[in-house]
Structures are given as structure tokens and as C-alpha cells.
Design a protein around this ligand. Structure first.
Ligand code: NOJ
Length: 737
């Protein structure tokens, strides 16, 4: 059983090792290469670099056999036998796919996020991985940006809670804890603000937004112990994040006291040339190092910039001592992860961990808790169990690849439960379940990221859309209920998957309208991770199921038939159409607030569904909002309490949300800000009192006027309820002296 190593012990070990290293070996230790195993010539090149001592870390090796084989090269064939640190994008599971991160954020259940990532960590560690490039904690307020799927949505408070929980899940009690891996929050910082939602494009963020919106989830992740940070691709306010000393040194280390190691995003050091920032690759290496990057993730199929560092030392452009700082941090990570004790893993044991039934249970429960019910007219859901026939329609209803979503490469498709399979497994022999794909979804599936071409994909099942829609309509007509599964495919969302439209891709809208036209009761399940524009088409029930993971279909079936009750809430504002973007709830008041609802002349300014919104099969009511004090001194804490009642007929969870508004002060503050939430189970008829503290953490903000964190003496309004439009209010003062 490994235990946490002491700083003294680690320092002594690393000192001795570094004493034996050549400058070239040091540059190698701070270089990380992709190993594309299915591209033999590339793999050979990278493995030759490894054997020559020019590679300290690898990514994209996802299985125990290859990890052991490569470790053997590092340990037995390199001069000093320093083991490799293996990193990977374990974003929402390795073999067992959890729902995608935005889905888990929609559960508003940080404990669930922690549990999900601890399952992911156990599977990763079992195969020999030491580090996950996750969580992505970028705030995303523009749904055109495909990577909205990887984060926790628009809000820094929810984002910080989810960031910290995921770090705890990945890392466990300490860095190097058994069954856990290093967590690397990313992309530092501001990547989610890509202009126009175009992935990798520049971000221009005011200091006010940076400190109050974009940085807090990173700070929370670091406070939770995150041992790695990944620098972002884009330029932040004109300076590339990966060459940004203010970000990577002043903020991260000097202000926040970060003790771990910084890695670049893939090829981001080299990109300093692309940005027109560094003069050449050698300059790029120098500028990244100087900014505070420790380990360079070399570009896929490309050479590292850090390989030029020894030459730069020879030319007097950087000192060996500067390089040593980075080398020490990477070696410390290796020592903490126990690599010098035992670099290998047990292949048989790994397979046992990957197939643990408990992991599937977590995945199913997570999918159940993530779903967001947006409409349920006449209580169409839950469906009765004695239906004679159900029509399951849509190109996403029986697609294992799409069900797990992007950023999963090791899943077992045959293990994945689609919505169709989940429904079939759930209903009795008396219920007929028929399926019609309806239309073809544009785009393909990821075949494998290990192929030579990273984006090479396999085609999807094709149907003739016109015939397919007719078949779907015929099927709907002869069925009691229609379950329609529409949305975006696996490659239409994620990295490098921005969209300039929020419409349903392909002819899905037409399919939906035709099916609605039959007059049959329709449940629309949206498999998507951005707020899509359904053009007002109206189905009686609508539920966001996200990309629910490998047990997704089982979870959805439980939700449809009432064995689970939806309790998720939106982690982003759902606009009426794309023209309203960016639209988030935490807006600032401006001239003529009474006109705010009519800022567009052609339609309301309000969203279709507000942030924090989600229905249940139960009904909740809120009463007796009370504060423990009507005035407090700056630095003091008061308690907000509210009684929440489940007035429905079934036990269900409610996410109780608390928002504040600062009336005046040293800077203008948003109309509402989330500052507390709790997901609580309530039995039918039960009332519970829920309390929240409001103290300096919740009441202070970074003020652009003083360029520091302030707690203004002012009046605060408090709003409590089930979404960001909550109308139960109270207020209190913060008063000096
Ligand atoms: C690029 C992505 O931006 C980053 O999130 C990921 O971790 C690396 N590629 C490695 O796959």
C-alpha cells in the first residue's frame, strides 16, 4: 500500500537524480510525446526518442500492455532508467463512460461528479496511466463553441464546485493515492471565451470578467489540490496563454501558490510562432519556459520546442538552473506517483477493474441524475407500464457511439446501452417496441484517434430521408406513444466542433414536425450538449438526456417509466435563438432596465429556459425565507433558511438555489449571482428546511475600481428557489462599525 511521500524525501531523491542528468536528458524529461500506436512509423520515431532519453512523458497510450512495454524501454534502455509519466484525456471515463461533463454539471451534485471521476481514475490507474487532462473548467457562455460539453456551463460558482469535486475524484486524498491519478484542470485561462464561439480563436476578456467569472473555477481546482494545469491555445487579451508569464507565474504561482507542474496544450509552445509571438521554434521554447511552462506537450506528429533548450543554454539565452526548475517539478510528480517504486501494472488486474459492475452502476445513476426535464404537459411522463406499443424514432435512438459522446476512445460499443435497448429491456412482453431511424445524421463517427488522420471517421447508417420520414410517420400512427431521440452526433460537438447554427442537424426538424403531425403523444429526448433551437416545434414532453454514457439507455428507460425521477437543472441559459447569444443570467443592469425585456424589437429578450431550470415528476413549493440577521459587519456570516415542500405524489430531488444581488458598491454587479445550491431528496409531502451561509466568500468580488477583492458595505438582495428566476426574496445590509 503506497502512502504519501514527504517533501523532504522527495527533494532528496530528485536532487540525487538531477545530479546525474545531462542537459539533454533534462530537456527530454520536460518533453511529452503523443504515441499514435496505430501509425507504426510515428510510434517508432517516438519510441526512438524515448530510448535516447529525449522523452519524459507520453500521451494517448491507453492500455496496460503497451504502457508496460514502453515503461520497460524507459526503465531498461535509457541511461538513467527514469520511468515515463503517462497522461491521457480521461474526460468522462475510460472504459466505463460516464455522462459528459456538462451533463454531470446539470446534476448539480458535486458528490456525483467526484464519484464519477474516481471511477474514471481507478480505470485509468489500473491500466498504468498517471494523469488525466481533466477537468475542463473553462466557463462557456457561447453554445456555438463545441467544447461547452466538457465544462460546467456558464456560471463560475457552479463551475468552481464541479471543478473542485472532479479534482478530488481524480486525485483522492493525496497525489499518488492508490487507484487515483493526477488531475490537470484546463485550459488556463479564458479558452471558453473564444470569439464567435470559434474553437481556438482569441479571447478578449475584461479584468472584471477574468477575475469574477473565468478564473474562479481554476482557483477552486487548485485549492482542491490539483497537481497539474494545462495552458490554453488561444491568445488572452493579445498575449498567447502559453507564453503568458502573468497568467502562468504571477497569478498561478505567486498569487495562488500552485505547487504542481504546468503542461502546454498539444503543440501550444510551437504555436507561439503561429501566433506571431515567438520568432522561431527555439524562441518559442524559451518563451514558454520563461512564462512558467514546465512540460511541453509536443504537437501530434511533430517535434518538440523544448528539444532546442540545450542549444539555447549553449548560446547563453537561458540558464540550466531555469530548466532545472521545470525538470524538478516533473520528476517530483513521478516520485509522488510512485513510479520509481513500481512503474508497471498488472494486465489481468487492469481488465478486472475496467469491467467492475460497480462502475456501471455509477454511470447509470449519473445519467439518471443528469437528465433535465424541460416540459411535461399533462404529466405525459412517466409513461404507464401497460402501453401496448411504443415507437422509438430518430437517428440517435440506437447509436452506441453517440450515446457515449465525444472524448471516449476505449469504450466497449457492445456494452453501451442505447435508448432503444434500454426501453426494450425495461418493458414487459406485452409492450411492442418498434424502431425507425427516420433520417440520416450528417457527419460520421470517430473511428479512432489512433489512426493516422486524427479525424478519420467511419460512416453512419444511411437512410433515404424522405422514405425514412414516411416510415417514421407510419410507425408513429400505429403506436400509443412516440419516443423521439434527436440531437447532435458525436462529432458535431466537442473540440474543433463549433457551429454557426443551433438548428437540429440534417433533416431532423422535418422528421420531428412530421411525427408531431400525427397527433400522437410525443416525448422528445434531446441527445445534445448545447441549447438547440427547435423552432417552436412542440412535443408534450421534452427532456435533455445529454450524451448519457455507456449506461445511458438504461438510465433513460428508468426515467421514462418513473423508476428514476428527473432532478437535473440547466447549467446554462437556453436562448430562444442564436441571435441572442451571448445570453447568460448574470447580466449587469444598464440604462432603462424596465425596457430590458424589449431590447430586441422582434422578440423577447428573455431566454426560452432560464439557467438553473428543470422540472420533476413532483412539484415543489418554497416558503418562509428568513435571514439570521438583517445587518452584518463585513467579514461576518449570516444564515439564509427556506422551507422546501414536495407537494407532488412521488419522492423526488429538488435543487434549491440561492442567488444574491449587490445593490450598489465599488463596481456594478450582476442582477443575480448564484451563491449557494443543494440538491435534496424529498419524499412526497415532505418539508425540509435548507440553510445556506452568506459570508465573505459569497459577498466579496474582484473590483475593477480598486483592482482587488472587496467586500462592499451595501445592501444585498437574496433570492431563493428552483431556478435563476426565483422570486422569494429578502435583503440585508453589510454595515461597517
Ligand atoms: C488538445 C485539447 O485542447 C486538450 O484539451 C487535450 O487535452 C489535448 N489536445 C490532448 O489530447
Amino acid at each position: 500500500m503506497s502512502k504519501e511521500k514527504s517533501d523532504v524525501e522527495i527533494k532528496a531523491f530528485v536532487d540525487e537524480l538531477m545530479g546525474k542528468m545531462t542537459l539533454e536528458e533534462k530537456a527530454g524529461q520536460i518533453t511529452q510525446y503523443f504515441n499514435f500506436l496505430r501509425v507504426p512509423e510515428e510510434s517508432r520515431r517516438v519510441e526512438a526518442e524515448l530510448a535516447a532519453g529525449r522523452c519524459g512523458s507520453m500521451l494517448f497510450v491507453p492500455n496496460a500492455e503497451d504502457i508496460n512495454r514502453l515503461q520497460k524501454i524507459a526503465v531498461e534502455q535509457t541511461r538513467l532508467g527514469i520511468p515515463l509519466l503517462f497522461g491521457y484525456d480521461v474526460i468522462h471515463g475510460l472504459r466505463t463512460a460516464m455522462p459528459v461533463p456538462i451533463a454531470v454539471a446539470a446534476s448539480w451534485d458535486p458528490d456525483l461528479a467526484e464519484e464519477g471521476q474516481s471511477v474514471a481514475a481507478a480505470e485509468a490507474r489500473a491500466v498504468g496511466l498517471h494523469w488525466s487532462f481533466a477537468p475542463m473548467v473553462d466557463i462557456a457562455r457561447d453554445p456555438r463553441w463545441g467544447r461547452i460539453i466538457e465544462g460546467a456551463g456558464e456560471d463560475p460558482y457552479l463551475g468552481a464546485a464541479m471543478a473542485a469535486a472532479q479534482v478530488r475524484g481524480f486525485q483522492g486524498a493525496y497525489v499518488g493515492a492508490p487507484d487515483h491519478v493526477i488531475s490537470g484542470p484546463k485550459h488556463f485561462a479564458g479558452y471558453g471565451a473564444a470569439i464567435g464561439g470559434r474553437d481556438y480563436d482569441e479571447a478578449n476578456i475584461s479584468d472584471n470578467e477574468l477575475w469574477n467569472v473565468y478564473l474562479p473555477p481554476f482557483k477552486a481546482a487548485i485549492d482542491a489540490g490539483a497537481y497539474n494545469i494545462m495552458s490554453a491555445y488561444m491568445g488572452l487579451n493579445g498575449v498567447p496563454a502559453t507564453g503568458n508569464k502573468w497568467l502562468l507565474s504571477d497569478v498561478l504561482r505567486d498569487t495562488w501558490g500552485f505547487k504542481g507542474f504546468v503542461v502546454t496544450d498539444a503543440g501550444a509552445a510551437y504555436d507561439l510562432c503561429t501566433h506571431g509571438y515567438a520568432a522561431d521554434v527555439a524562441d518559442a521554447g524559451l518563451r514558454a519556459l520563461d512564462a512558467g511552462v514546465d512540460l511541453e506537450m509536443a504537437p501530434p506528429f511533430g517535434e518538440s520546442a523544448y528539444r532546442t533548450l540545450p542549444q539555447s543554454v549553449a548560446e547563453g539565452k537561458v540558464s540550466e538552473a531555469d530548466i532545472d526548475i521545470a525538470v524538478r517539478r516533473v520528476l517530483e510528480a513521478k516520485v509522488r506517483m510512485g513510479l520509481f517504486d513500481n512503474p508497471y501494472v498488472d494486465v489481468k488486474e487492469a481488465e478486472a477493474v475496467l469491467t467492475r459492475p460497480a462502475h456501471r452502476d455509477t454511470a447509470r445513476r449519473a445519467a439518471e441524475r443528469s437528465a433535465v426535464l424541460l416540459r411535461n404537459d399533462g404529466d405525459l411522463l412517466p409513461l404507464p407500464r401497460d402501453l401496448a406499443s411504443i415507437a422509438v424514432i430518430g437517428p440517435l435512438a440506437d447509436s452506441a457511439r453517440d450515446t457515449v459522446g465525444p472524448w471516449i476512445f476505449e469504450q466497449d460499443d457492445s456494452e453501451t446501452v442505447t435508448v432503444l435497448a434500454g426501453i426494450r429491456a425495461k418493458v414487459g412482453a406485452a409492450t411492442r417496441v418498434d424502431y425507425a431511424q427516420g433520417v440520416t445524421l450528417p457527419g460520421r463517427y470517430f473511428k479512432s484517434i489512433f489512426e493516422n488522420d486524427e479525424h478519420k471517421q467511419t460512416p453512419r447508417p444511411i437512410v433515404d430521408d424522405t422514405i425514412g420520414i414516411q416510415r417514421a410517420v407510419d410507425l408513429a400512427r400505429k403506436s400509443d406513444v412516440v419516443v423521439l431521440v434527436l440531437g447532435e452526433g458525436q462529432v458535431q460537438i466537442g473540440e474543433h466542433a463549433s457551429r454557426s447554427s443551433l438548428d437540429l442537424p440534417g433533416r431532423q426538424q422535418e422528421l420531428m414536425d412530421a411525427v408531431i403531425g400525427t397527433g400522437k403523444p410525443v416525448v422528445l429526448l434531446l441527445m445534445a450538449a448545447r441549447p438547440l433551437d427547435l423552432k417552436g416545434s412542440y412535443t408534450r414532453a421534452l427532456m435533455g438526456i445529454w450524451y448519457p454514457g455507456s449506461q445511458g439507455g438504461a438510465a433513460v428507460a428508468n426515467l421514462l417509466f418513473g423508476d428514476a425521477v428527473p432532478g437535473g437543472k440547466l447549467p446554462y441559459t437556453w436562448p430562444r435563438n442564436i441571435g441572442q447569444i451571448p445570453l447568460h443570467y448574470a447580466q449587469l443592469k444598464s440604462h432603462k432596465p424596465d425596457w430590458a425585456a424589449e431590447r430586441y424589437w422582434n422578440e423577447p429578450n428573455s431566454p426560452l429556459y432560464p439557467f438553473g431550470y428543470g422540472l420533476s415528476y413532483a412539484r415543489f413549493s418554497y416558503a418562509n425565507l428568513r435571514l439570521s440577521a438583517s445587518a452584518i459587519a463585513p467579514g461576518a456570516t449570516l444564515t439564509v433558511s427556506v422551507d422546501v415542500t414536495n407537494s407532488g405524489k412521488v419522492g423526488a430531488d429538488e435543487v434549491v438555489q440561492l442567488y444574491i444581488h449587490q445593490r450598489h458598491g465599488s463596481s456594478a454587479r450582476p442582477v443575480r449571482l448564484l451563491k449557494g445550491f443543494r440538491r435534496i431528496p424529498l419524499a412526497a409531502g415532505e418539508t425540509q428546511t435548507v440553510s445556506f451561509p452568506l459570508g465573505p466568500d459569497e459577498l466579496s468580488h474582484w473590483s475593477a475600481a480598486s483592482r482587488s477583492v472587496v467586500l462592499d458595505a451595501t445592501t444585498f438582495d437574496v433570492f431563493v428557489g428552483g431556478d435563476s428566476t426565483a422570486d422569494l426574496t429578502a435583503s440585508f445590509d453589510v454595515r461597517k462599525g
